[in-house]
Design a protein around this ligand. Sequence first.
Ligand code: 5AD
Ligand code: SF4
Length: 448
Amino acid sequence: MEKVFIETYGCQMNFADSEVIAAILTKAGYGLCDEIEEADFVLINTCAIRDNAEQRVRHRVRELRALQGRHKGMRIGVLGCMAERLQSRLMAEEDNVSFVCGPDAYRRLPEMLAQVRRQSGECLAAVELSTTETYAEIEPVRLGGNGISAYISIMRGCQNYCAYCVVPYTRGRERSRDPETIVREARTLFEQGYREVTLLGQNVNSYSWGVQGEQGVQDNTVGFPELMARVAEVDPQLRVRFATSHPKDLSDKLLEVMAKYPNICRCIHLPVQSGSDRMLKLMNRKYTVEWYLDRVAAIRRYLPDCSITTDVIAGFSTETLEDHEATLRLFRKVRYDYAYMFKYSLREGTYAWKHLADDIAEEEKTRRLNEIIALQGEIALENNRKEVGKEYEVLVEGESHRSKEQLFGRNSQNKVIVFDRRDAVPGTYRRVRVDSCTAATLLGSLVQ
Ligand code: 5AD
Ligand code: SF4
């Protein structure tokens, strides 16, 4: 039996996709291996969102040459967003790559691997995008997880066309997965002992499944709030999370559903990208700062104990110091619990690439990014200090990295809490009191 080693870069969607890839290949008779040395095929599932993500993969591909020198039959395939973006160009530039396969073509992998074996030397590319592929009925093979939390992909693609973003080009148009298959997957996971699922999509709030009515109006549709309710009803002991939401679509209806089900986690990732209306307009984000703050107020109203996290980009085209200050002001106002902070990276093919100058100097981007990072560090520490003395229900996930005597878990707000092990067991819920904190972690002790 030929063996496959899958390496994943990038976002949660890619980790979920790798599990679908593993399912497709094992069903076709390939084996999975944990040691890259044993692999006949190394599949690299890649991200194209920023240039540094791509450079990391390029570096890795070149590093694998040495291994291929020792294992003559070893073939390398590049999968995912970079494969889609670069297509055969990638094989021309990296001559140890034998095939590329885009995010909508994974069902073709068994055939591709066989073909690569038959005609050694020839390069293969499967990069057609689909408007319907959701891999709905494929039961993912869980890779490297803890047996407690798992991802469930509920929709694919994105058609928001934010000016800076390559995703609409690498992952194609939005399409939603049949809700029955989603609920079934959640139920199976719960029966297998999983206690947390994260519903994934580039923009989960546009989840929509249903019958197309007259004049294009949808009847009997299942929207994201209904889907969340159905998954939450699988079992009160199953935590439900989701990522990512676009602020323009965060509805009160969703917040009402969240408030109704205590097992839907009190954590919302709401990427803001910039605190300046001028930048938001240029980015084609379709909301204003005022709208965003209204959504934050709605979250606080429906779910007073909800944590809010975000994504932000420093140094987008023409960003002035004033625009940057506006972002810092917004951060002070919202007081995020966590933020993913990036320097703007110009991506080929995007609206910004065609029409907007990448005109902020690299050092200035870095300076602005560092300013945001420093501010967010202070805010996260202050937020965490307010947690000291509070008690939370924690889903125990495993041993702490620092000591075997300590375990860690997360509260509903997705904050990591480390505590003395005592009789606690991973995969169960325990009450933990927060005793102290750092900017990144809460330290606590078991109650009872
Ligand atoms: N440059 C920098 N950051 C980007 N993101 C998306 N495209 C770019 C880009 N070209 C960020 C956004 C998005 C997150 C997933 O990645 O903040 O929300
Ligand atoms: Fe990219 Fe915008 Fe779509 Fe997010 S919503 S994937 S940032 S285009």
